[in-house]
Ligand binder design. Structure first.
Ligand code: SAM
Ligand code: SF4
Length: 319
């Protein structure tokens, strides 16, 4: 098998695939209240097209994929898609989901070959969940998390976007949750990618970590994954605690990923506006599109709260 390297020598072996731009939540940090205009069905890549792109990617050096959205579980046939992906010989198939529909789909997804899942959960308080996501769905999400643990989608990671004055008062509750449950809690820095993007809500990972360390001893830990999180745990805890600092301490020099949007574009960087069309192509053209996307990977992202000229919301990229 080959390796895919970009012009800076970074090995790109991880493809994040957004299978839909639709979502059943409206998280304030991700999209405006009215949602974003959905693409027409004919502009969304078919599962067959995605499988063709992944198959070519594997021949070039892609080894791992993550399925994302919008909300991936709202697209019909996702279980069958996972099963087909699973036959292509990937090392790792994971998903990022809000878990609203997970309780009913977890078992089939696991049987289809999904290995693990990251679930977004910013609060343990039902009213606050409603405020942040503009939907009253915390109970369903908690059921989804239970189902993920029960069927063995391991590790189950919880993504917590921390926002000052919104959910920073729950940091200790999440830390305590990591003590009791076999969950990997990841505190994620709030990014200006869609939704309200207010700089005053930003808290850096190091601030969060210091806050935790004032009350708890954090021991170094490890967790499986392809990403940039650093992990710790409380003495004797079932789970772990991770920090993802895309804003304050970016990890661009070790970037290993490429993104495929639901409407058929490669995005070389989460925050860049460069896109390479990849729909309706034959194998040779797909190979060329991979190489072009790699050539266009920037040295580093340009994310900041001052210059918010980003062409897509997070829900249209997939995180
Ligand atoms: N709907 C799925 C979910 O919420 O898990 C998958 C797509 S969502 C865009 C992927 C990840 O992006 C989620 O973990 C979400 O919390 C994160 N995200 C969205 N907007 C963000 C922002 N402005 N800053 C930081 N993370 C964000
Ligand atoms: Fe939907 Fe995920 Fe964005 Fe929330 S973060 S609105 S669940 S895509």
């Amino acid at each position: 098998m080959q390796n895919l390297n970009d012009r800076l020598g970074r090995e790109i072996d991880y493809l994040r695939i957004s299978i839909t731009d639709r979502c059943n939540l409206r998280c304030r940090y991700c999209m405006p209240a009215e949602g974003v205009e959905n693409k027409n069905h004919q502009d969304i890549l078919s599962y067959e097209d995605i499988l063709k792109i992944v198959k070519t990617g594997i021949e070039l050096g892609i080894k791992k994929v993550r399925i994302t959205g919008g909300e991936p579980l709202v697209r019909l046939g996702v279980e069958d898609f996972v099963s087909k992906l699973n036959k292509l010989g990937l090392e790792d198939i994971s998903m990022t989901s809000n878990a609203v529909l997970l309780a009913e789909k977890a078992k089939k997804l696991k049987e289809a070959g999904l290995q693990r899942i990251n679930i977004s959960l910013d609060t343990l308080d039902p009213q606050k969940f409603k405020e942040i996501s503009r939907r009253d769905n915390l109970a369903k999400v908690l059921k989804g998390i239970r189902a993920a643990l029960r069927v063995g989608l391991e590790p189950v990671k919880l993504n917590v976007v921390v926002m000052k004055g919104i959910n920073d008062d729950e940091i200790f509750d999440f830390v305590e949750l990591s003590r009791r449950e076999k969950l990997s809690i990841r505190f994620i820095e709030y990014m200006p990618l869609g939704g309200e993007a207010e700089a005053e809500k930003f808290i850096s990972s190091s601030e969060i970590k210091h806050l935790i360390q004032a009350s708890f001893e954090l021991l170094p830990a490890v967790s499986t994954g392809n990403g940039p999180a650093t992990y710790f745990k409380l003495q004797g805890a079932e789970g772990t605690i991770g920090f993802i600092s895309a804003m304050s301490e970016h990890f661009c020099s070790s970037c290993n990923r490429l993104r495929l949007t639901a409407d058929g574009k490669f995005k070389p960087c989460l925050a860049g506006n460069q896109e390479i069309k990849i729909s309706g192509m034959n194998k040779k053209e797909i190979e060329a599109a991979y190489k072009k996307a790699l050539d266009l990977k920037p040295v580093c992202h340009n994310l900041n709260f001052e210059n918010q000229k980003y062409s897509r919301n997070m829900s249209q990229i997939g995180g």
